[in-house]
Design a protein around this ligand. Structure first.
Ligand SMILES: *Cc1c(COP(=O)(O)O)cnc(C)c1O
Length: 399
């Protein structure tokens, strides 16, 4: 932009020196990934813009469909999960809806594990049926249940392992073999394990989903979701479903996740170590009647956890003598732990699935899938484990 001083004051406010088209911007090499906080991208010419819209040029056009900060996150996530491509979205639920609507339409059918994040269960039992998509929820501890529920209309197998909040596992290679025999894609919600502990694509799954709100971001400050899969699937998810439904991630949240990824491996390992310490302490406590943690030999699928996971994660569910009232006392008495939903934060979070994250399940369904009305879920954070234990100890003393 030549001779800026001839412009009026208001024009100079918008187009003055220091604009991204200036030379020093073009040669800057920032070490931290820049936040490209823009909604739209300038075309070099009308022909260039038309070529991008026609798909003949892979330049950026509009942040709903792609942005350099989003792309940096997507490239990292694809590499970590071992997939061809990835798509970052506004939330875990946006990722779930985008995946389902890319693969299914009215008249189609999904077979899913029956223990799911409460929002996913609500989508499957309430919203998808309204769109003519039927979902059969099956006991995912026996892979044969998936095969038995498949119909000619089945377009997707859906698994969450370990499942929220019962920490029930699904044998991924076994379900992947069924999926491939029937030519149906298998989607795995890998939120609890992250690619540090479990890589579903290497075990035969086709799509991985994350609520990146949890361990990927890791600091409790951003809502986001990720899909990883084949280039063909991700291209359709981006240019068909995301384009129409619109659940895109903001460049700033993408940047927060890129920063989170830098410490993902050390955080997830430490969450697991802390959780193991807390789980062993809970198991010995006289007021605790049951501890559910895949890392304990008492977990019914401990051997499967050792086989398909490289560690056991940071989530523990437990039951207290005195049931629901005793659980309520503990949740109201903690001082260091925070009474809040979500998980995977550096802060330890405690919550009551039956009335909070899984209140979308009917009383009957809670019991059927093993979510005890008295179950307490603990997302073990990165505080010193002795302090987490001391906090629970003083809370248990108030029962
Ligand atoms: C939180 C969560 C989701 C939903 O993710 P949002 O980012 O809250 O939309 C999906 N799956 C699992 C396992 C979760 O924990």
């Amino acid at each position: 932009m030549s001779d800026k001083k001839n412009y009026g004051f208001q024009t100079r406010c918008i187009h003055g020196h220091g604009h991204v088209s200036d030379g020093r911007w073009r040669t800057a090499r920032p070490v931290s990934c820049p936040i490209v906080q823009t909604s739209t991208f300038a075309f070099e010419s009308a022909e260039h813009g038309a070529a991008i819209f026609a798909g003949e040029n892979d330049g950026f056009l509009y942040t709903r469909l792609g942005n350099p900060t989003q792309e940096a996150l997507e490239c990292r996530m694809a590499a970590l999960e071992g997939g061809e491509a990835a798509l970052a979205l506004a939330s875990g639920m946006a990722a779930c809806t985008t995946a389902v609507l890319t693969l299914c339409g009215s008249g189609d059918h999904i077979v899913s594990g029956d223990t799911l994040y409460g929002g996913t269960h609500q989508l499957f039992t309430h919203t998808l049926p309204r769109l003519g998509i039927a979902v059969a929820e099956v006991d995912a501890t026996d892979p044969a249940n998936f095969e038995r529920a498949i119909t000619p209309a089945t377009k997707l197998l859906y698994v969450e392992t370990p499942a929220n909040p019962t920490l029930v596992l699904t044998d991924l290679p076994a379900v992947a073999a069924i999926a491939s025999r029937h030519g149906i894609p298998l989607l795995v919600d890998n939120t609890f394990c992250t690619p540090v502990l479990q890589r579903p694509l290497e075990m035969g799954a086709d799509i991985v989903l994350h609520s990146a709100t949890k361990y990927i971001g890791g600091h409790g400050d951003a809502i986001a979701g990720i899909l990883v899969g084949s280039s063909e699937f991700i291209t359709r998810a981006r240019f068909e479903t995301l384009r129409d439904i619109g659940g895109c991630i903001s460049p700033f949240n993408a940047w927060l996740l890129i920063r989170g990824l830098k410490t993902l491996a050390v955080r997830v390992r430490q969450h697991g170590e802390n959780a193991m310490t807390v789980a062993k302490w809970l198991q010995k406590h006289p007021k605790v009647t049951r501890v559910i943690y895949p890392g304990l030999p008492t977990h019914p699928q401990h051997e499967l956890a050792k086989r398909q996971q490289a560690g056991f994660g940071g989530l523990i569910s437990f039951l207290i003598a005195g049931g629901r009232d005793a659980g309520r006392t503990v949740m109201n008495s903690v001082e260091l732990c925070t009474l809040a939903v979500s998980l995977g934060d550096v802060d330890t979070l405690i919550e009551h699935p039956a009335t909070m994250t899984h209140s979308t399940y009917s009383e009957e369904d809670l019991l059927r899938v093993g979510i005890d009305p008295a179950m307490v879920r603990l997302s073990v954070g990165l505080e010193d484990p002795e302090d987490i234990i001391a906090d629970l100890e003083q809370a248990f003393a108030r029962i």
